[in-house]
Write a protein that binds this ligand. Sequence first.
Ligand code: SAH
Ligand code: SF4
Ligand code: F3S
Length: 492
Amino acid sequence: MTQKVYIETVGCQMNVLDSELVIGALRRHGYDLTDTPADADVLLFNTCSVREHAEDKTYSALGRVRLLKRDKPDTVIGVLGCMAQKDQEAIRKRAPYVDMIVGTGQLGAVPELVAKVRATREPQLAVSLGRTDGGRNEVEASFISYDPARDPSMRPTPFQAYVRIQIGCDKFCTYCVVPSTRGPEQSRPPEHIWGEVRQLVDQGCKEVTLLGQTVNSYVYTDGDRKTRLSDLISGMHDVPGLERIKFVTNYPKDMTDDLLDAVRELPKVVKYLHVPVQSGCDEVLKRMKRNYTAAYYMEMLARCRELVPNVSVSSDFIVGFCGETEESFAKTMELVRVAAFKNSFIFKYSERGGTKAADRYPDDVPDDVKKRRNNDLLLVQNENSRTDHRNQVGTVVEVLVEGPSRRERSASNQANREEASHVTQLTGRSMADHIVVFDGTARLIGRTVRIAITDASPFTLYGDVLTDEVVGAVSREPTASVAPSRFSLPLV
Ligand code: SAH
Ligand code: SF4
Ligand code: F3S
């Protein structure tokens, strides 16, 4: 009988991609995916350590499967990813029934480790011992390299895929666990990335999102040849059938003009830049070790907007970082007001053991103050988002149609909704990353259509299909056998 695997993923897009790769590998070993934990022979939790809340989610999920393990002792329970890398001991203490703990650099070994657990009933531990273990430029060897059989059913949609171009991080912002959970920054060879993109497009993929913790620091050196992110993108731009290229997340200090020129000049590159500033106060930025000032960031932002007209920019913020006074927070509020981001992701500082900030600075902003600052910043950002969205009314945008809107997905009439001729509410994103909702038939899913924007809320544009004709030279049908209504859930 086929063995079944269940997986839960928290964390960033990198983790979503890792889960896809792990499931792809297990499928090749005869496993099928199930979304019911009770039916599974193997239960996997791909984890995130970036904030305490993300870790709590995993511990409560592990708590839920404890009884399951008691009733079905043969079930293999595995904890994967960043938390596995960082907290092996704590996991073993809090959930001694976990059978495998697998770090971010060992995910390729999951099928083998599952087999070992089954054969020996001994717990398996596979993590990197430290950042120095992984040799530079050995990404393909130390990590699961691309496999065309990776699991398309785990992708955001059959026509959108993530592509890792870089692993790890060398920036060491003082608050952040990522450099220790993901190891040293290493860029993948461009030929491998281009090959992967071509294979994805052959499978029906139209949009690729290039992933790296500081994606614009990408550089691959081979003898005299240096490939930067701008070169990497140019090198994949003309793959026939590929319609959109995105990349996240950018580091402000590495936003070079060659990249901005490429974003402007290359029509397939999405006109959207996620460039987190984190704070508007220089003293806080210094304690965070972000290596720039608020003024530097604002100049960079002006350069982005000058070199890429109409570009959308979004940011991340941490509120309540160590020593953040009302005065420093007021500077962040002012920066958000002036910067006019399309949207911002705002987080309350969460102290992480083992980081420089945890060692050096007390977590001295009380939680209720963090909460208030979070809400205050959100209010200013929402006003900006409202203005940004309203400014789009009256324009025509190109939308890659992703599937039924949230409203439709929660509606009960499933059968009707997936009928090709039935008019339904659809959603997709514009080239500037705006979410656009409109009425259309299911046959538009996976295509690029032109939408006249008629209305806007702070987070969504509404409009009408201007023409039924498909935009773009090539219109391929997705070959992946997945219901088009499958969506990725909001993560942390
Ligand atoms: N590599 C990316 C994203 C890293 S994690 C980058 O550098 O932009 C995503 C976001 O989580 C960060 O941008 C930061 O805003 C937030 N974050 C990271 N560590 C955090 C912590 N300890 N507490 C609260 N938020 C944190
Ligand atoms: Fe963390 Fe900073 Fe690296 Fe981003 S750049 S992953 S915030 S250390
Ligand atoms: Fe991503 Fe969380 Fe790890 S944000 S890199 S999964 S700590």
